[in-house]
Design a protein around this ligand. Structure first.
Ligand code: ADP
Ligand code: ZN
Length: 223
């Protein structure tokens, strides 16, 4: 019999390290990370209908409406590469999205293995987000303090084979939008801790320290 699919949810506030850890976990487990933020940013770049609808919300640090997100996730989870499981980064972000996900997973007969909550102090979140720079071609992330982008704004990350385009600050990573995103997280997303905690799925993981240290803790939490 085939192994049961693995479903993991990376949970936590903006800047807690979901993207960085998601990539590592995916490589380790051989299943894709599905980042709704990355999917939306790509749609914005390509100017699709979804991108046009989502852009205003994203730039303001607000959530994209649930019906758009549920349509997006429905389609993405139906793809071939998601058949053996997946890691969700940035979804669900509201109780309505979590209910929607529960329905989709039931149809597929998939079960959530764990919801990992990466715990990081607000001050450090703000520091990390405002220092973040992202390659607009390959999505590689840098930090002007701890992992500076290559000179001239060129991304040459050999591990992703990116020939190089501009490494920029995301509009919503500017200081004036970051506070709003953290507030939106507290108001709309943090309640999901109780949602998944009540189902026995939530695992708090200390998200402070080096990416390697956090990854060790995360692996222990999902094993
Ligand atoms: P971060 O985790 O750093 O806040 P993301 O890259 O996950 O950033 O998301 C960026 C933006 O994309 C969010 O601020 C929001 O506007 C939109 N977005 C991403 N995922 C969702 C979602 N599940 N529901 C609503 N909006 C979303
Ligand atoms: Zn790149």
């Amino acid at each position: 019999m085939a192994e049961a699919p693995i479903v993991l949810i990376l949970f936590g506030p903006p800047g807690c390290g979901k993207g960085t850890q998601g990539k590592r976990l995916a490589a380790n487990l051989g299943i894709p990370t599905i980042s709704t933020g990355d999917i939306l940013r790509k749609a914005v770049r390509q100017g699709t209908e979804l991108g046009r609808e989502a852009k205003g919300y994203m730039d303001q640090g607000q959530l994209v409406p649930d019906d758009l997100m549920l349509g997006l996730i429905d389609e993405r989870l139906a793809a071939e590469d998601a058949r053996r499981g997946f890691i969700l980064d940035g979804f669900p972000r509201t109780v309505a999205q979590a209910d929607g996900l529960t329905r989709v997973l039931k149809e597929k007969d998939f079960e959530i293995r764990a919801v990992t909550n990466l715990v990081v102090e607000r001050e450090l979140l703000i520091e990390r987000i405002t220092a973040r720079r992202v390659c607009s071609t390959c999505g590689a992330t840098y930090n002007v303090r701890t992992l500076p982008p290559p000179p001239e704004g060129e991304c040459g990350d050999p591990s992703v084979g990116c020939a190089g385009e501009n490494v920029l600050q995301r509009k919503d990573d500017r200081a004036e939008t970051v506070e709003r995103r953290l507030d939106v997280y507290e108001a709309s997303t943090a309640p999901l801790k109780a949602y998944y905690g009540g189902r026995g799925l939530l695992r708090d993981v200390d998200g402070q320290g080096t990416p390697e240290q956090v990854f060790e803790r995360l692996q222990a939490a999902v094993a």
